[in-house]
Design a protein. Sequence first.
Length: 529
Amino acid sequence: MRKIVATLILLLNSIFLFADSTEKGMDEKINDWFSPVSKIWSDFVFTSIDFTDTVSMPVVIILLLLAGLTFTIIFKLVNLIQFPTSIKIVRGKYDKLDHVIAEPVYGDVTPGGDAIETVRIEGHDGEVSHFQALTAALSGTVGLGNIAGVAIAISIGGPGATFWMIIAGLLGMSSKFVECTLGVKYRDIGADGTVYGGPMYYLKKGLSEVGKGKLGKVLAAIFAVMCIGGSFGGGNMFQANQAAQQFNNMIGSDSASAGVVFGIVLALIVGLVIIGGIKRIGKIAEKIVPFMVGIYFVAAVIIIVMNIQHLGYAFSQIWSGAFEAEGITGGMLGVLIVGFQRAAFSNEAGVGSAAIAHSAVKTKYAASEGLVALLEPFIDTVVVCTMTALVIIITNSDGSIMTYGVKSPDGVLATSQAFASVIPWFPYILTIAVVLFAFSTMLSWSYYGLQSWLYLFGRSKSSDYSYKILFCLFIVIGSAASLGAVTDFSDAMIFAMSVPNIIGLIFLFPKVREELERYLNAIRKSKTT
C-alpha cells in the first residue's frame, strides 16, 4: 500500500513539473495530437440519420431508444408495473429470499441455493447490498449531465425537450432491467469471493449458451476495450476537468497550476477509495449519492416553492413545447431528438456500464437486481433532470438565463445562474455538488474500467494496481487541461459500448424472462408461507 501511494505521488509530481515547465500548455499538446483521431472516431460512432435538412439523430441513440421501447413491450411494462416491487427490494422487504434453497427445477440443487453460475464457490453470493449496488451505479450516471446537460438541451430544444427526456428515461428503465439481470446471472465469483461481472461476461458466457460462442467472445472484447477508453475519458478526465473549472471559478483563479494541484488532491482521495474495491466504493457511494442528490433536490424544491405561482406556467411550457416548438430548429421533431439524446447521455441505459456495478450485489435471484436497476433512469432522468429543467424554465421566464433555440455555451454556468437568481449563494453549493458528482462518477467508472481491464489482462494484483495508478494519473491530466477533443473521443467510446451490449441483450432477453418469472414466483410463495 505504501509503495503504491509513493509511486502515485511521484508520478503526480512529475506531471505537475511537466505542466509547469513546458512552453506549450498540456491542453494544447493533447488536443493537437488527439483532435484528428477524435474527429474520425466520434464521427464514425455518432453517424447520423438526416430526418430533414436541419434535423438529424445519431444511429446509436436510435438503437438505444428502440431497445428501450422493445424491452418495455416484451416485458409488459415492467418499468411501471414492477416499480413498487423495486422499491420494496431496496427497502429490504425480500432479503430473506436470498437465503432460501432454490428449487431443483431450475437446475440448482446445491446446498447454498445460489444462482447456478456461482455454484462452484458456495457461500459467496455477492459483495454489496441492493442499496449499495444501486447507489454505486447511480454515482456513475447522476452527475454533470444532470446539471450542465439539461441546461444545454433546454437552450437548444426549449422547455419541450424536458417531456421527451422523461419519455426516454421511462423507456431506459426497461433496458437497465434487462442488462443488470444478465449482469448478475452470468457473473464470475473468485475463490476469495470477489465478483467479476458485466457485459463482458454475459456476452461471452450467455451467447455461448445459445450457440453464438465466437460472436460472444468478439463482442465481449470490443466492449471491454471501449469501456476502458470511456473510463479514462468521460468517466474520469471530463469529470475532473469540469470540477476543477467550477472550483477555480469559485476561488477566482484560471491558473493551470491551480488545476494541477486540485487534480493531485482529487487523485489522492479517489486513489484511497478505489484501492479498496467495490466494497469500499459501495460504502462511500451509499453515503455520497443520497447526500449530493438530496442537496440538489432540496435547493430545487426551495426555488420551485418560492416561485410556486410559476409552476403551472413551467409545466404548460414543457407540454406545449413538446408538440408546438415555435422558434426551435426542426420544430417538434427537433425537440424530440434533443430530449431523447440528452436522456441517453444522462442515464446510459443500454450502454451496459451499470451492469458491472450491479453484478456485485448480494443476491441469489438475478432478476431482483434487475428490478432494482430500473430505478436508476427514473431517479437520474425523470426526477433529477426534471427538477433541473423546472428551475431553469421558472427562472428564465424573462429570458435572462438563455434564449430558447440558441445553444448555451456553458451548461453549468446557465444552471448556476438559474439557481443563483433565487438563492444568491447557491454557486458555492453548486461547486460542492459538482465536485461530489464528479468524484462519485469517477469512483464508479474506475470500477467499470478496472473490471474490463482485468477481463482483458488477467486478474492479477499487478493488473489491478497498474489500472488504478493510470486512472489516478488521468485525473490530474483532466484537471489541468482543456480536453475538448479527448472528451469527444471518450463519449464516442462510451456509446460504442452500447452496440455489442444491445446485440447481446437481443439474443439473451429470453433468459431474463426466465429469471423474472423465477423471482416473482419466489415472492408469491413467500407470501403464502
